[in-house]
Design a binder for this molecule. Structure first.
Ligand code: T4K
Length: 371
């Protein structure tokens, strides 16, 4: 029986490197609340990401929630439904109303050509998603935002370490957040960070510890979004291996491309490798039922029978979730709807073996032949 292959597996540093940090944590008994490793991690991250300020937090979701709170927004926020629940939840949990914009067919990111028709006098911000690490059209979004006086806060959960024309992806817009969840290409077990180039970091800093200023003074209705020392230590260890791991994924990605280009009915997104330094953290493919012979759901089931566990990131659209169906307008998002019905995210992570990519692609080819 073939071994299970999952859509992803966390990257782990050599155990003895992490144990060294654990020993220091045991000695100091400093477990959390802005500890030494947390501060070290924040400083390494801002160097690595090329941003002025970076604050690691307990997870990506709280990073987005607190960023939105820090901007003190009111009204409507333009975003896309082709994303993980977190993006929309962060908007709604801030008392804001998401307005769903369609995405571009070639990369699943927000379609700037459709943004302006959604802007009203209530619009406060745009929350675009660099989904799968595909960078949004940052220049066009910036132009529209400036013209209408809107904030741009990027959900860059998938885009850690990426660059556009040599510039760190977090340098675009008013702010960005990343996720360091175990399933991401860079992890601190759970974790995330906000990256800002302005004084708003101070506000996020205040909000992330209940809004407490000092022992007797609570100024803001904050939350607890602190990253603890064990997470920070994992982040510090994993950061050393990020480039190596990325190179491994790139090799696997290229291997996938060789195979997939031969299969009719399967398409991939439009990677612009001449201008973008990708992290290759996800491999979404799109199955055209008419050309392939069967639909995405059936392909997923047949692969599962062979112990290959893919995921439908991102189906259903957030606008179709039960919690939003009767509460929010679905918007007019036919491209997002179509892509969501076709997408299948194949396994891709740094420890995946090349032979596993062979096995996955050969199974897909076999499915195609047997139809
Ligand atoms: N914005 C966007 C666009 C996001 O995609 C996310 C998170 C966020 C914001 C919020 O960031 P965080 O607050 O999560 O930092 C996963 C992740 O939990 C989530 O972080 C991620 N997006 C989302 C796309 O994927 P699930 O429910 O699909 O994960 P799960 O537990 O089914 O794991 C997938 C596979 O990974 C498993 O089949 C096996 C493997 N796995 C997973 C874990 C947790 C392991 O091998 N080891 C592990 O420890 O959501």
């Amino acid at each position: 029986m073939n071994e299970n292959i999952y859509v992803t597996r966390p990257s782990l540093p050599p155990l003895d490197e992490y144990v060294e940090y654990l020993k220091q944590i045991w000695d100091s008994r400093n477990l959390t609340n802005m500890g030494t490793f947390l501060r070290e991690f924040g400083s390494e991250l801002s160097d690595f990401l090329g941003v002025e300020k970076c604050l690691p937090l307990c997870n990506g979701h709280m990073s987005l929630e607190l960023l939105l709170q820090a901007f003190e927004l009111d009204g409507e926020v333009i975003t896309t439904p082709f994303t993980f629940a977190s993006t929309t939840h962060a908007i709604v949990r801030n008392g804001l109303t998401p307005v769903f914009c369609d995405v571009k067919e070639d990369d699943c990111t927000i379609d700037p050509a459709r943004i302006e028709e959604l802007i009203t006098d209530k619009t406060a911000a745009i929350v675009p998603v660099h989904v799968y690490g595909m960078p949004c059209d940052v220049e066009e979004i910036d132009r529209i935002a400036k013209k209408h006086g809107l904030k741009v806060i990027y959900d860059a959960a998938h885009a850690f370490g990426e660059k556009i024309k040599g510039k760190g992806i977090a340098s675009f817009g008013d702010a960005s957040m990343f996720s360091f969840h175990a399933t991401k290409c860079f992890n601190s077990i759970e974790g995330g960070c906000v990256a800002l180039n302005n004084e708003l970091l101070l506000r996020v800093y205040q909000l992330h510890n209940f809004g407490i200023m000092d022992e007797e003074n609570v100024e803001f209705v904050g939350a607890n979004a602190k990253m603890n020392e064990l997470q920070a230590a994992m982040g510090l260890c994993n950061l050393r291996y990020f480039e190596d791991n990325k190179n491994k994924r790139k090799k696997l990605f290229d291997l996938y491309m060789d195979y997939l280009s031969e299969i009719d009915g399967i398409s991939i997104l439009n990677y612009k490798e001449e201008t973008v330094d990708y992290n290759y953290s996800y491999l979404p493919v799109f199955i055209d039922e008419k050309k392939f012979g069967i639909g995405r759901d059936q392909v997923q089931e047949l692969l599962k029978e062979k112990n290959i566990y893919t995921r439908k990131y991102f189906y259903p659209l957030v606008s179709d979730f039960n919690c939003y169906k009767n509460r929010l307008s679905k918007g007019n998002t036919p491209i997002a709807q179509k892509l969501s019905g076709q997408v299948l995210t194949l396994p891709l992570y740094s420890d995946l073996a090349e032979s596993d990519v062979d096995r996955i692609c050969n199974e897909i080819k076999q499915i195609r032949r047997s139809i």
